[in-house]
Design a protein around this ligand. Sequence first.
Ligand code: HSE
Length: 309
Amino acid sequence: MQEVRLTTPATVANVVCGFDCLGFALAEPFDEMVVRKADVSGIRLVHRDNFGLPTDPNRNVAGVAAAAILKAAEADFGVDIEITKHIKPGSGIGSSAASACAAVVAINELLNDRFTKIELVGFALVGEALASGSRHADNLAPCILGGFTLVRSTYPLDIVKLDFPPLWATIIHPQIEIRTSEARSILPNEVSLKSAVKQWANVGALVAGLSNGDYGLIARSLEDVIVEPVRRSLIHNFNEVKAACLEAGALGGGISGSGPSIFMLSVDRDTAELVQDAMIKVYSLTGIEFSTYVSEIARTGSKIVAGDE
Ligand code: HSE
């Protein structure tokens, strides 16, 4: 294998109550990447998009993640990486995770599938740590494994793939940038026992609701008493959007990752589109530019679309 082409999905991390541990993959938007084996060692990187991301491999999440897997494999080749991003950096739907995951999944293919998917998440973590200044895998796990995932531990990596019923996500992405590192810096270091009990009860119930296809339980569990109350002030009209979406039939939702995107879950596409209408109605009054997506939760993560022998 000399060349690998793949797509890698946007992801929603936290999923309201599961800060730093729950996440799911979206069918769209997704990034595209081409990785070619090179006789010369090292990593060369180009972006076929207009986001102005660094092309120095030491400062690019894909470059750093690529270096981690090449080093672990003691690879005797270098790589040329071409990235076409459609997931806007800083949007809160796993843009940096998508870059890191695409690089490691592609290089693993060039290495004849040497590493497990969990090991790939470990290499991608190096890229995510560069982007956000912290080691969390809640975007990376669904980006590689697809579907809904729970990261029980990052040291060592322990990832659970969750069962889930059909679910549609509606996302609104206000065109403001919130840096993950900043959105993390405002969080409290300690929480009250009362809040912690509420939060872990919700995470457990959400996982049970997903597993049993109990939409009522899913809706009741989509509640965050720790992170959302602090971060929602960063997002214009967050409360209004949420209220309008629930009114339109969404099961629930909240801040996607560290924001500014807001996501909502619905039982079917029709409801997800009504929820999209509700988001548009509220946000049109703000004067802030935004984009919206409606997507089923994707059961697959980063996907090889073509390769050359
Ligand atoms: N769990 C992370 C956070 C996701 O909310 O800070 C963003 O990378």
